[in-house]
Design a binder for this molecule. Structure first.
Ligand code: NAD
Ligand code: TYD
Length: 340
């Protein structure tokens, strides 16, 4: 492993991975390849922009010629694919871009990777492929029952990676991460959305009864998990990167408000997300056997995260304009007007 292509490396988790890899492995060349969609943000990579072992290329993973060129020009031997449309609510409003990037994009990366003889492919996937789980914890061999267009597109992407392993012998590994939170997360997801809205004393639109359960993983733990699977995972295998930190949404929301010293009255129960999964939970046993452990418990991670958004308004205020406000209007205006 020497020349690593990190696709989607300007996004939330991808940029944490790039920052981690650039610092930890001075002998690897890290090439970030990112389309810079609404969620991609070059500010996330400012701290590495002058490093000798880091390069940035703008491009679309679903454009064959662009992928082929970057694989060739940088003599890439390893691909780690974070590139995705990643927000469930947007996939409900319009699944199109999800098929483009999360399905076709993964196929193009695999196919061009095979032609260029890459040695390892790591597909970054999600616990959402398992779907809703009433009790217990999902294991890697469990069946897929994705419920949103996002989850289905991610399932399709990783199944293609599996097929390239079985059919063509590609050395592919898969990670399935829990709900991830931390600095530099686009403020449409629960934690950064509610934190930045609460800072401005705006209402927090909690879907339904707020008693849905998510399993939370701090972003740096997720990035180290992908590093671990990349180096030590067995070809053809998937690994759950589970936070094993299950929380009700309402409790996460209350805690954010407490950390900010804001009143609980900012919470508004609004009409539920369509097809909303009640609970995600995974076992991290298999990844632990590779040597991965999360460092952050939820209380420590959430406090560090909330403080980061308080101290880094320069990062998120400029995002909450333009396209963001159009999306907010489409997703929340009707819901807040019809709050339960
Ligand atoms: P994100 O939305 O913050 O970032 C996605 C990145 O991909 C952006 O930089 C965007 O510009 C880039 N991108 C999108 N389409 C592209 C294309 N066609 N070509 C090239 N680049 C493109 O997402 P994230 O939260 O950092 O998630 C990263 C990966 O981790 C995704 O594959 C996601 O499915 C997975 N994941 C996320 C979570 C989570 O809680 N956020 C949990 C488990 C797994
Ligand atoms: P989200 O951050 O969108 O992640 P995911 O859908 O991938 O789990 O949402 C986390 C949980 O928070 C999910 O159960 C939906 C809920 N949620 C709200 O109640 N209100 C919101 O405005 C958002 C964005 C999410």
């Amino acid at each position: 492993m020497r020349n690593i292509l990190v696709t989607g490396g300007a996004g939330f988790i991808g940029s944490a991975f790039v920052r981690h890899m650039v610092a930890r492995y001075p002998n690897y060349n890290i090439v970030c390849f990112d389309k810079l969609t609404y969620a991609g943000n070059i500010d996330n990579l400012l701290s590495v922009s002058d490093e000798a072992n880091y390069r940035f290329e703008r491009g679309d993973v679903a454009t064959r010629s662009a992928v082929s060129r970057v694989l060739r020009d940088y003599h890439i031997d390893t691909v780690v694919n974070f590139a995705a449309e990643s927000h469930v609510d947007r996939s409900i409003l319009d699944p199109d871009a999800f098929i483009h990037t999360d399905v076709v994009g993964v196929y193009i990366l695999l196919d061009e990777g095979r032609k260029h003889g890459i040695e390892r492919f790591c597909q970054v996937s999600t616990d959402e492929v398992y779907g809703d789980i009433e009790d217990g914890a999902s294991l890697e061999g469990d069946r897929f029952l994705p419920n949103s267009p996002y989850a289905a597109s991610k399932a399709a992407g990783e199944l293609m990676a599996r097929a390239y392993h079985v059919t063509y012998g590609m050395d592919a590994v898969i990670t399935r991460g829990s709900n991830t939170y931390g600095p530099y997360q686009y403020p449409e997801k629960l934690v950064p959305f509610f934190t930045t809205e609460a800072i401005d004393d705006r209402p927090l639109p909690l879907y339904g009864d707020g008693r849905q359960i998510r399993d939370w993983l701090y972003v740096d733990d997720h990035a180290r998990g992908v590093d671990c699977v990349l180096h030590f995972g067995a070809a053809g295998q998937a690994y759950n990167l589970a936070g094993e930190n299950q929380r009700f949404n309402i409790d996460v929301t209350r805690r954010i408000l407490d950390l900010l010293g804001k009143p609980q009255s900012l919470i508004r129960h609004v009409p539920d997300r369509e097809g909303h999964d009640r609970r995600y939970a995974m076992s991290a046993e298999k990844a632990r056997a590779l040597g991965w452990r999360r460092d952050f418990d939820f209380d420590t991670g959430l406090e560090a995260t909330v403080r980061w958004y308080q101290e880094n308004e320069w990062w998120w205020r400029k995002i909450k304009t333009g396209e963001y406000l159009e999306y907010y209007q489409q997703q929340y205006a009707g819901r807040l007007a019809a709050q339960e």
